[in-house]
Design a protein around this ligand. Sequence first.
Ligand code: HEM
Length: 275
Amino acid sequence: MHLPVIFTFIAVQVAAQGNPFQAPGPNDVRSPCPALNSLANHGYLPHNGKKISVPMVVKAFKDVMNVGADATTPIGTLGLQASHVLLSTTFNLDDLKQHNFPFEHDGSLSRQDAFFNKNQNFDADIWAQTLSNFDGLENATIPAAANARFARANDSFDRNPKLNYGARQLVTSFLENALFLSVLGNPISGNAPMSFVRPFFEEERLPFDEGWTRPDSETNLETLGAMTALLQLAKPEAVPEGLQIGTQSITDVLNLIDPLTGKVTTVTCALLGLC
Ligand code: HEM
């Protein structure tokens, strides 16, 4: 190979690998969301995890994971409501651990419930429960992810005396299932290789080294709605009667409307555990 050809080859390899991973330092903050944390760990969001605006979130998710602005704008805007500074246009990643409003909920796939005071960081015991649903599978599939979500919610029902898990939390957790299956697998079929899923949750690292690249197809509100409906079909007993999981219920949650009762969620009702 001629020298310029070698240099071009190396440059393409580096681009395909993306920004290098750097673990958070002692003054860096992180959130309960493995996706936001991964973006910060690779420097697509500020590595210190602070002063993050909605346009920054929208650009990073589109550039790196091909998630559409129609999904990330309302999710990011809702995230702003957790900011420690009133009416701020930015938030810090650790603001998002605020329990039950606007997002953070019990029964997560990789975090303890807030009742146990550990709802922000990855928890190996909780993750082991989730992983047991993917045992022997090369890919995380829609049915296996639906089982994992259901099992985690049931574990919280059994152990957490202050559990709050209504329609809003249910739809949010379906949405999170659909997000990781779409971004690490495929926005239509799911099927995310476990070799991508594990570093994403366990190290909050984008699995470039394992062969993951930015998905060609966009993840957006429509694909997420369709996938959450498939997740529900895979585990129909998990959903209260009258609750239709899909794009409309996701949109309701992102507009702070309870998807079952139509009641508007306020900080007061959320913090009192009444919605
Ligand atoms: C647009 C900005 C986003 C914000 C503000 C955000 C925020 C959050 C928050 C607060 C949680 C914690 C919920 C809980 O209590 O479990 C969470 C969980 C999660 N997020 Fe994000 N998120 C965003 C986008 C995304 C995207 C695009 C993905 C794509 C992979 C994603 C994947 C996840 C997953 C898989 C979980 C569940 C973690 C678990 O259950 O252990 N998020 N997110």
